[in-house]
Design a protein around this ligand. Structure first.
Ligand code: LHQ
Length: 263
């Protein structure tokens, strides 16, 4: 039997999804897209999982849509392509952004096209020194998809977003760090241990507050300050009703470390 296109492993409160088509730099075919959707759903449903780690097997993170499997080929009309994106890709990007637990991306190699969008959809993006980022779309006459035109201007500003998507130059981890696409860069052999340590730390944190933070951040760019203050007030009311808030305050007053349960 062939290996699954996405490997799933759960340990220490962290579920790891490893895109697993290393021979094509984890290009996205149906099996890999299904594996991502199923892995996200499984990690969401498992209460013992309180953080997710996304990475790629081999020397790539994800090379975007599998061009050899017919993605983007002209036999598909505009409606078919849009429908394919809606049905196969958008649910993954939305599930990541709406995932009620933190997602750490460990970008171990090239992240191209929709593979770069996947990296940008993570909450904390960590990269290995030899990681690279490529808005590959215009190289094959396409436009960015899977959220890249939404993520990039917000992350790096309009000047850099336009240059990245129009020039389609591959940038390395040092530039990605300088532009603000990634949080930290590690030596290649330290990336996975560091990413796992980050995810495990986050798995010990107040999970409900993380969910509420993600909800607040996801609406902030469409809101004026007054509306966002209102969103924060509502979210704070919900956070204050959690067991973890009570535990955090009790631990502070008793001068001991908090033991958050994610409730
Ligand atoms: C690949 C791929 C790949 C198949 C490397 N597919 N085999 C579009 C259409 C419709 C709906 C959905 O959404 C999208 C969004 C998109 O994602 S469009 C963008 C698709 N991705 C690309 O255009 C990137 C294509 N790949 C590359 O430009 C290069 O492979 C990069 C820069 C990623 C890496 O270059 P190298 O490190 O030099 O590796 P390589 O090119 O030698 O690739 C290694 C192998 O992986 C190779 O196979 P081979 O049999 O020759 O060893 C490639 O053919 C294969 N591969 N990307 N997307």
């Amino acid at each position: 039997m062939s290996e699954p296109a996405v490997l799933y492993a759960a340990e220490g409160g962290v579920a790891t999804l490893t895109m697993n088509r290393p021979e094509v730099l984890n290009a996205l075919n149906d099996g890999l897209l299904t594996g991502l959707r199923e892995g996200l759903a499984r990690a969401k449903a498992d209460d013992t999982v309180r953080a997710l780690l996304l990475t790629g097997a081999g020397r790539g993170f994800c090379a975007g849509a599998d061009l050899a499997a017919g993605a983007g080929m002209p036999q598909a009309g505009p409606r078919d392509v849009a429908q394919s994106l809606r049905e196969r890709y958008h649910p993954i990007i939305l599930a990541m952004r709406q995932f009620p637990k933190p997602i750490v991306g460990a970008v171990n190699g090239v992240a191209a096209g929709a593979g770069m969008s996947l990296a940008l959809a993570c909450d904390i993006v960590l990269a290995g020194e030899s990681a690279s980022f490529l808005q590959a779309f215009t190289r094959i006459g396409l436009v960015p998809d899977c959220g890249s035109t939404w993520f990039l201007p917000r992350m790096v500003g309009d000047v850099r977003a336009r240059a990245l998507v129009m020039l389609a130059d591959k940038i390395g981890s040092a530039d990605a760090l300088q532009y603000g696409l990634v949080w930290k860069v590690y030596a290649d052999d330290q990336l996975l241990p560091e990413a796992m340590a980050t995810a495990m730390k986050m798995a010990q944190m107040p999970t409900r507050a993380y969910d509420l933070i993600k909800q607040g951040l996801s609406v902030s760019s469409g809101n004026g300050l007054g509306d966002q203050l209102e969103v924060e007030a509502l979210l704070q009311g919900l956070a204050m009703a959690t067991e973890d808030h009570k535990e955090g305050v009790t631990a502070f007053l008793k001068k001991r470390p908090a033991q958050f349960k994610g409730r």
